[in-house]
Design a protein around this ligand. Sequence first.
Ligand SMILES: [Zn+2]
Ligand SMILES: [Zn+2]
Length: 325
Amino acid sequence: MRAMVLEKIGEPLRAVERPLPEPLAGEIRLRVEACAVCRTDLHVVDGDLPRPKLPLVPGHEIVGIIEAVGSGVDPARIGRRAGVPWLGHTCQHCFYCRSNAENLCDNPLFTGYTRDGGFATDVIADADYAFDLDGDPVSLAPLLCAGLIGWRSLKRAGDGKRIGIYGFGAAAHIIAQICVWQGRQVYAFTRPDDAAARRFALDLGAAWAGGSDEPPPEPLDAAIIFAPVGNLVPAALKAVRKGGRVVCGGIHMSDIPAMPYAVLWGERELVSVANLTRRDGREFFAIAAEAGVKTHTIVYPLGEANRALADLRAGRLNGAAVLVP
Ligand SMILES: [Zn+2]
Ligand SMILES: [Zn+2]
C-alpha cells in the first residue's frame, strides 16, 4: 500500500510504500476511495495538538470499500462502502462513555491522529466506528468531519432562526445548506478581504455575508466559530442577542483576547464542541441525504497531499480538499 506519512512535526508528508496490513479482531480494512482534508490535519502536522502517533498517516474523513474483516466482524460487510470518521475508538467504560458522551471518552483513539488515517490507499479501522455509506465517495468524504462536527456544532447552537457562521470553509458550507433547508437564516462572516468566500456563502443561500470585523444587520440567536481565531470570540459574543450562544467548533484556536465582562453578560453563553458520537453520525447522514446537501470539493491526487494542506492553510479553498489515491 501507499501512504503519505508524517514522520516529524512541521515537516512535509513523505510518500512511502508499506506492506498491506491485516485487520485484527473487530477491525476492517478499507481500500480508500477518497479522504477529505480537514483543518485538524493542519493542526496535527503543525504540532498544535499534543502527542500524535509518529510516524503517522493523517486523514480522518475517509470513504472506502471494505476489503477484509477481522474476527468478530460480519463478513457480509466485505465489498460495501463505509466511512471512517475522526472518532476511531472509545473505551465504553469511562464516566463519559457511560453517560452518552463518548465524544469526551478518557481513552479514545482518533483517526489520523492517534491511529493511522486515510491519506493512503488502504486503512485499518474499528468496525464499530465506521458508518455504512452510499453515494459518490468524493462528495461524501467532507461529510465525515466537516459535516459531522458542523452538525454537532449546529445542535449545540440551538433552535434559533438567525445563525452566524464565522469562517466559511468546509464545515460552514455544509451546515449553511442544512440551516437553509431548516428554514433558518445564515449570516456568513469571512476574512474581511475574502470577497470570494462571501459570494460562495450567498450562492449557498446565506441571508447575509460580511467581513468578520462587521456587525450583522440584526442581532443573532447563535453563532458558530469554525475559524481557529480567538479574536472571533468577543466579535461573535457581540453579534449575538441577550441569551444567545456562541459555539466554538474547532479543535484548536489561537488565544482568546481579554474582553470586558459586558460582552458576555446578558446570559450569553460560550461553549465548545469536541469530537463526535456515533449517534451524531446516524442523525447527520440521514439529514444530509434528506436536505440534499451538496459538497463542493477540490480533488487532489494522494501524492499531492502537501499541496492540499498548503492550499487549506493559505485559505485558497472554497469548499473541501479531497485526496484520491
Ligand atoms: Zn470512554
Ligand atoms: Zn476534521
